[in-house]
Design a binder for this molecule. Structure first.
Ligand SMILES: Cc1cc2nc3c(=O)[nH]c(=O)nc-3n(C[C@H](O)[C@H](O)[C@H](O)COP(=O)(O)OP(=O)(O)OC[C@H]3O[C@@H](n4cnc5c(N)ncnc54)[C@H](O)[C@@H]3O)c2cc1C
Length: 406
């Protein structure tokens, strides 16, 4: 059995955990990050189908912590317009365009980057930080929290004690459960199938969210590759929300049968599509922890708030949560487990997340229930919303989140 001591233990090496480790190390704390996956997985994560729409707040944070420059420029795809449609026809869409603020360096609503490249870049930045020790292939099996310190034990017998335990082990967090912290879990009883497609016509940097009857489709503009530049067709990410059995059936289809199915489903939104990647499936469950802190413990990332991907905020809230946490700790007594600072973190992060979580779940429920009155309501809703400039400015602000730049 090995016992170590450090200022901060981060449980989980996903994006939120890696970001938290970087933030705390930059403020002079010694950090031990525990991750159940291997070092190879952290170094070279496989493509997982997720294309993350980064807000300006996240991009700003990634720049400050030396991560942004590690993401290849050729893989960044600016989002110029968000287009929302309901029903089969696609008439009366709700459009959110990039506000004209090129003078302030704003030329996109956000930037779309593949998740696996963000994770690789975060890990490279972590490896360049001498204050962070990464212990891989360790699954946390028990943990304790107390007034003086917290401790975790891993499946190989490693024990680490610390002054603050940052829980970042994802939305179905085992560590959260070990600490006795409950969570509101909402099961939408749907699955999300994601993959990359090639298609002839350009996407125009438009992200489409289309609430059709029986399915919700997002088409996200992926950056052009050499094939596209040579006229061989552009790339989009398909995010398809359907019943779990339907997602599994689509995943099993032969590629050509899948391409035919998707081309028909899109009802002319793209011409014939070609499958470019593996098809990945994610169950659609959202999670909101009952509390974000307890003695010498703070929850960040999906372990705190696991969002519905419809408003593209999960990763962004992960960056924001750990940013708020480190700021509160640094502005407190200096003890990373300072209870007053942890309470301030909880208050502030709750203010940030409660309205967004409730609104996102509300939108997701209205726009995925295919009963008559709801269908009529959403068609009318989009028409009215498109005519409301203050509403559109508010939503554009949420999509972009430029809070750190103000
Ligand atoms: C299809 C899809 C599209 C999305 N699009 C967007 C988007 O556009 N914008 C956006 O902001 N967000 C988006 N998200 C959400 C975003 O991907 C997540 O919010 C984010 O990845 C969560 O990061 P995390 O670090 O909190 O958790 P995770 O990525 O789940 O990482 C948790 C880590 O903890 C490790 N771990 C787990 N248990 C243990 C244990 N017991 N011991 C040790 N290690 C452990 C795991 O191996 C893992 O590495 C999307 C999600 C999906 C599914």
């Amino acid at each position: 059995m090995t016992t170590r001591h450090c200022d901060i233990v981060v449980a989980g090496g996903g994006p939120a955990g890696l970001a938290a480790a970087l933030s705390f190390a930059a403020r002079g704390y010694d950090v031990t990050l525990l991750e159940r996956a291997s070092e190879r997985v952290l170094e070279q994560p496989d493509f997982d189908g997720r294309e993350i729409a980064l807000t300006h707040h996240s991009i700003n944070w990634l720049e400050r912590f030396g991560v942004w420059a590690r993401i290849p420029v050729a893989d960044r795809s600016p989002l110029k317009t968000a287009r929302i449609e309901t029903g089969a026809g696609g008439s009366n869409p709700l459009l959110f365009a990039t506000p004209d603020r090129s003078g302030e360096g704003v030329d996109a609503l956000g930037v779309l980057v593949p998740n696996h490249l963000i994770r690789a870049a975060l890990y490279q930045a972590v490896c360049a930080q001498a204050r962070i020790t990464v212990l891989t292939e360790r699954t946390i099996t028990t943990c304790r929290s107390g007034k003086q310190f917290a401790s975790v034990t891993c499946d190989d017998g490693t024990v680490v004690t610390c002054r603050l335990l940052v829980v970042a082990d994802g939305r179905f967090s085992a560590v959260r459960e070990m600490l006795g912290i409950g969570a509101i879990v909402h099961d939408f009883e749907r699955s999300i199938l994601v993959c990359r497609l090639r298609h002839a016509e350009p996407h125009g940097q438009v992200a489409l969210q289309w609430f059709d009857e029986g399915q919700t489709v997002a088409l996200l503009p992926v950056a052009d590759d050499d094939v596209a530049r040579e006229g061989g067709g552009h790339r989009s990410s398909l995010v398809l929300t359907v019943e779990a059995e339907e997602a599994a059936r689509l995943q099993r289809l032969e590629p050509t049968a899948f391409e035919t199915d998707v081309t028909e489903r899109l009802k002319g939104r793209l011409s014939a599509v070609q499958l470019l990647s593996q098809r990945r499936i994610y169950p659609l469950k959202t999670v909101f922890a009952h509390r974000f802190q307890t003695d010498r413990v703070a929850l960040v990332g999906d372990a705190a708030v696991g969002m519905h991907p419809i408003t593209a905020h999960g990763f962004n809230l992960g960056i924001k949560g750990q940013d708020i946490l480190t700021r509160m700790i640094v502005n407190g007594s200096g003890d990373p487990g300072d209870p007053a600072a942890l309470r301030r973190f909880e208050r502030r992060f709750r203010q940030e997340t409660v309205p967004l979580f409730a609104a996102t779940n509300g939108i997701a429920s209205v726009y995925t229930r295919d009963i008559g009155p709801v269908l009529a309501l959403r068609r009318t809703g989009l028409r009215i919303a498109d005519g409301l400039s203050p509403f559109k400015r508010f939503v554009t602000g949420l999509l972009m989140d430029r809070s750190a730049l103000r």
